[in-house]
Design a protein around this ligand. Structure first.
Ligand code: ACO
Length: 336
């Protein structure tokens, strides 16, 4: 058995800043409502013509992660790509990244676990490295939410939350057995699948059927979220999956040096921070600047925390996510 570690991190967010004030010009909302309920001040949106797509942003983040890891693109054994907003219905973005990076051929796998996607991807990468099958695995989370949101008042409870961006981590085999990814913990509960979802168009509900069901209205091809149910489940599942990871490694919340929660809502992060009695220096939040970037949120936050010197060798870093599915997951890392 081998251990895996994160050898390089990267992020990319589009330059275009969309403030809460900007959103008030297209829908009935306010800076006060958004900040009070979510903590978000602004987010980044792809601008038409800036060349960004989910795959392109993922590629930019991945390039930085590779450079920082000092690993040649041709030494990548596997690409794992997490997103809920792929460029195409099929194929997935993993193969686009392989092409954009200029790798002749290599395996590429797409993960469809929404806000938990990056931690799921990390877990997949970790298992391949643990068994010795692969040495270097590139894990990417990237989202182009702005391309699929309802910017009218009807969509305000969802649209104000989400932003675009990408983050990436290069995982490699770790020589020290007590460092790297100690464990990952994955869960799902499909009975809540439709509570945070985009149901159609899909093979099960194609465009003519959607029009037939909604003759007087616009086709409902925007995301739906039962916000309060998501919130209630999130705070419970976040706590459970963090404790599961800590218990598994015979650790306690006191051992945490840096907690990086999926940036779903600042109020959720603050609830967890209080519950685990962590001070501000032990939790990294950037939702204020980027909104919820789903699969990209943890790798963007982890990259920034590392860039700011807040993640150092020997630190216990805990990642945790909850989102659509419902799915939730954690990763317990002793930073190498
Ligand atoms: N601006 C102004 N008013 C709004 C807005 C808005 N943007 N959105 C909703 N409202 C109104 C509603 O219409 C409602 O008005 P009413 O009382 O007159 O009917 C009122 O505000 C309260 O609406 P709620 O939906 O009950 O608001 P809540 O306090 O639950 O906050 C929120 C909504 C922020 C979405 C919250 O529920 C939340 O953060 N949920 C969790 C989100 C999350 O974690 N998602 C998971 C990750 S996402 C993924 O996996 C893809």
């Amino acid at each position: 058995m081998y251990q895996s570690k994160i050898a390089g991190l990267g992020k990319y967010v589009p330059e275009n800043i969309v403030t809460n004030e900007d959103l008030t010009k297209v829908m009935d909302t306010s800076d006060e409502w958004i900040q009070e309920r979510t903590g978000i001040k602004e987010r980044r949106h792809i601008k038409k013509g800036d060349g960004n797509t989910t795959a392109v942003m993922g590629y930019k983040a991945a390039k930085t992660a590779l450079e920082r890891a000092g690993i040649d693109k041709n030494d990548i054994d596997l690409i794992v790509f997490a997103t809920l907003s792929p460029d195409y219905y099929f194929p997935g973005c993993g193969v686009q990244i392989q092409e954009l990076l200029g790798i002749g051929t290599c395996p590429a796998l797409d993960v469809r676990n929404q806000c938990s996607g990056f931690v799921y991807g990390l877990s997949v990468a970790d298992q391949f490295i643990k068994t010795g099958m692969y040495k270097n695995v590139l894990v990417i989370g990237s989202e182009n939410h702005s391309g699929g949101l309802d910017f009218s008042t009807r969509g305000r409870n969802v649209t104000v939350i989400f932003g675009d961006g990408a983050g990436a981590a290069l995982l490699t085999r770790c020589e020290e057995t007590d460092k790297g990814i100690l464990s990952t913990h994955l869960h799902s509960e499909g009975k809540f699948a439709e509570e945070l979802s985009l149901i159609g168009p899909s093979t099960n509900k194609w465009v003519p059927e959607l029009i037939e069901e909604n003759p007087q209205e616009d086709i409902p091809y925007y995301p739906y979220m039962n916000g309060q149910l998501v919130f209630k489940n999130a705070v419970v599942r976040f706590s459970e999956v963090i404790m599961e990871g800590l218990n598994h490694n015979k650790l306690t919340p006191n051992d945490i040096n840096m907690f990086i929660p999926h940036q779903a809502n600042l109020r959720i992060s603050q609830f967890i921070q209080k519950k685990f009695k962590l001070d501000d220096s032990q939790v990294y939040n950037n939702i204020q600047r980027y909104g919820n970037t789903t699969a990209a949120s943890i790798p963007i936050a982890l990259t920034e925390a590392w860039e700011e010197g807040k993640v150092k060798s020997g630190d216990l870093v805990v990642l945790a996510a909850f989102g659509s599915g419902f799915t939730w997951a954690s990763a317990i890392i002793r930073w190498a």
